[in-house]
Write a new protein. Structure first.
Length: 318
């Protein structure tokens, strides 16, 4: 658990309900200087956090409040208490990042129409032109316009996935959900074997459409990075208060140096290793965003030439 908290890019503090600090992650240690009494309210914090911490003190004194979000223009503090302890997550708003996301979303919308027009004209010309040299040029235009279209579609999907207001989570029977994902792959007429390991009683609290997008991206990745006939296992089970989904394939594996980068936007594993065409480099970013907005996490296990397994942890509570 401690190693996981060190990985998150925001400050995290655990304290008792009197404010005594039990632990801080690395980002919290960098943000604050501890006072002599090791109390959260003795921390020397950025000026912009003073008003939020004053409110937080009142919340912690009101022991009946178990969850609260307090924010201003620069910071958001998420407080949650349980078993006489409290967790405080401090997130700094990144204005430049929000502007970048807004630009990408708007630009993607604007690009959709001209790309569709180019694609349509190129395909029409291809039917009219008979000279082989010109047909080869048009084939390249068509191929790359399709690729551009895929990138724009994925950018729009990523923009939607990063907006938590789009999420509509509800209790769902997972076996039926996985059968639907399998059917989507079957309809693509691909030579793929998919096995489902899931009891009928397994449930999840999910946004079906968006989690389907995540699972489909993982399935398509498994197919893309498989030199032989893809054999994929979809496994789901409830453990404690969470749903666990596993996607296991018999693909070529992910090189160790790439495993911590594959969820970055536009990052693709060496295309020379790709068995069935290069992706846009956005699929796993979409997966990561969807899982984050389900308040879950994702782990990757892989062995070169022996396949990969993506393991999704999704909380059952709302």
């Amino acid at each position: 658990m401690n190693s996981l908290l060190e990985e998150i890019s925001d400050a995290y503090i655990e304290a008792d309900l009197n404010g005594k600090i039990l632990s801080l992650n690395l980002h919290a240690k960098r943000m604050f200087i501890k006072g002599e009494n090791q109390n959260i309210f003795d921390l020397k914090n950025p000026t912009e956090l003073k008003e939020i911490f004053d409110q937080l003190k009142k919340v912690m004194q009101e022991k009946s409040i178990t969850k609260k979000t307090i924010e201003n223009e620069k910071y958001k503090v998420v407080y949650e208490s349980w078993d006489h302890k409290a967790s405080i997550l401090i997130v700094k708003h990144d204005i430049n990042l929000e502007r970048e996301k807004s630009f990408i979303s708007n630009a993607s919308h604007e690009l959709r129409t001209p790309i569709t027009i180019i694609q349509g004209y190129a395909e029409s010309l291809y039917e009219l032109v008979h000279e082989e040299k010109n047909r080869e040029i048009l084939k390249k235009i068509i191929k790359n316009s399709h690729r551009l279209s895929d990138i724009v579609t994925n950018l729009l999907a990523l923009s939607k996935c990063e907006n938590n207001s789009f999420y509509r989570r509800r209790p769902t029977k997972i076996h039926k959900f996985l059968e639907h994902c399998k059917q989507n792959i079957d309809e693509l007429s691909l030579d793929v074997h998919i096995k489902i390991n899931c009891d009928d009683l397994v449930e999840g609290n999910i946004d079906e459409k968006l989690l389907e997008m995540a699972v489909m991206n993982l399935l398509q990745n498994s197919i893309r990075y498989c030199k032989e006939k893809p054999h994929i296992e979809l496994t789901a089970y409830n453990e404690g208060n969470q749903l666990i989904l596993e996607i296991q394939d018999n693909g070529i594996g992910i090189p160790p140096e790439d495993r911590d980068k594959i969820f970055n936007r536009f990052y693709t594993v060496d295309k020379a290793r790709t068995a069935n065409g290069k992706g846009t480099g956005l699929g796993l970013s979409i997966v990561h965003s969807i899982i984050q907005n389900h308040h879950g996490k994702i782990e990757v296990y892989s062995q070169m030439e022996n396949g990969s397994k993506f393991k999704l942890y999704l909380p059952l509570q709302k």
